[in-house]
Design a protein around this ligand. Structure first.
Ligand SMILES: CC(C)(COP(=O)(O)OP(=O)(O)OC[C@H]1O[C@@H](n2cnc3c(N)ncnc32)[C@H](O)[C@@H]1OP(=O)(O)O)[C@@H](O)C(=O)NCCC(=O)NCCS
Length: 201
């Protein structure tokens, strides 16, 4: 994706693609303060770095998808492991990910700072996708409250959400990890998606 196809991996079972994951390389000094803001900023830093000839030292895992009928069998872990192996091959010593928590949409009113602290009795994360990363040895670095910012007109948001948005205000939207802010005066809807930064090594 985005011209970084060397960092796309696909898990194939008997000739059938069953999982995929993708990543981008960038330069990061290892400090939390200089992490990209999240998903969008990672893509931007990767593209700018390539244009400017910056030598990358970090692989940012951007996402993964498993065929729905194969979910829950560890396939995403295989795809993430393949990306980590690729990082080693490509001499990228750091692997990080702005993880999109997969059950956060059930708690859109909870801040990502709070959500990221939720754990199960065994100490692992409340969120299944964060857990998958933890099973591979990753740890939470810090929340990424503005990982992606999505804007549109009120009409566009009505079309995208299938909801009426009649007045200026804050709305809970289907599958939203956070809420949607609607401003009728500016004819603008703004949705800011939070993620959680994790570090693999
Ligand atoms: C998130 C996703 C990549 C996980 O892949 P996977 O191969 O199922 O991952 P795992 O086998 O490690 O399972 C992860 C956890 O999710 C749970 N899980 C799997 N399928 C699930 C489902 N449909 N609903 C809820 N939980 C599910 C598993 O039980 C496991 O939890 P555990 O820690 O209690 O064992 C996959 O479900 C998916 O493609 N989802 C849609 C795309 C997405 O949200 N990607 C992540 C953000 S980029």
């Amino acid at each position: 994706m985005n011209g970084f196809t060397a960092f796309d991996v696909t898990v194939v079972d008997d000739g059938v693609p069953v999982a995929t994951a993708w990543a981008v390389p960038l330069a990061w000094d290892g400090k939390i303060a200089s992490l990209p803001g999240g998903y969008t900023a990672s893509l931007a830093r990767a593209v700018e770095g390539r244009e400017q000839g910056t030598v990358p030292n970090t692989l940012v895992i951007c996402g993964a998808i498993v065929a729905p009928e194969r979910a829950g069998r560890g396939l995403a872990g295989e795809a993430l492991t393949a990306l980590r192996d690729l990082a080693t091959e490509q001499e990228l010593p750091q692997v990080i990910a702005p993880v999109r928590p997969t059950v956060k949409h059930r708690y859109p009113l909870t801040t990502i700072d709070e959500y990221a602290t939720w754990t199960r009795p065994d100490g692992t994360s409340f969120d299944p996708w964060i857990r998958t990363h933890q099973r591979l040895g990753a740890t939470i670095l810090t929340p990424a409250p503005t990982s992606q910012v999505m804007t549109g007109t009120v009409q566009e948001w009505e079309d995208w959400t299938g909801m009426s948005l009649p007045t200026t205000g804050t709305y809970v939207i289907p599958d939203g990890l956070s809420t949607l802010a609607i401003d009728h005066t500016a004819d603008l809807g703004t949705y800011i998606e939070p993620n959680v930064w994790m570090r693999h090594r």
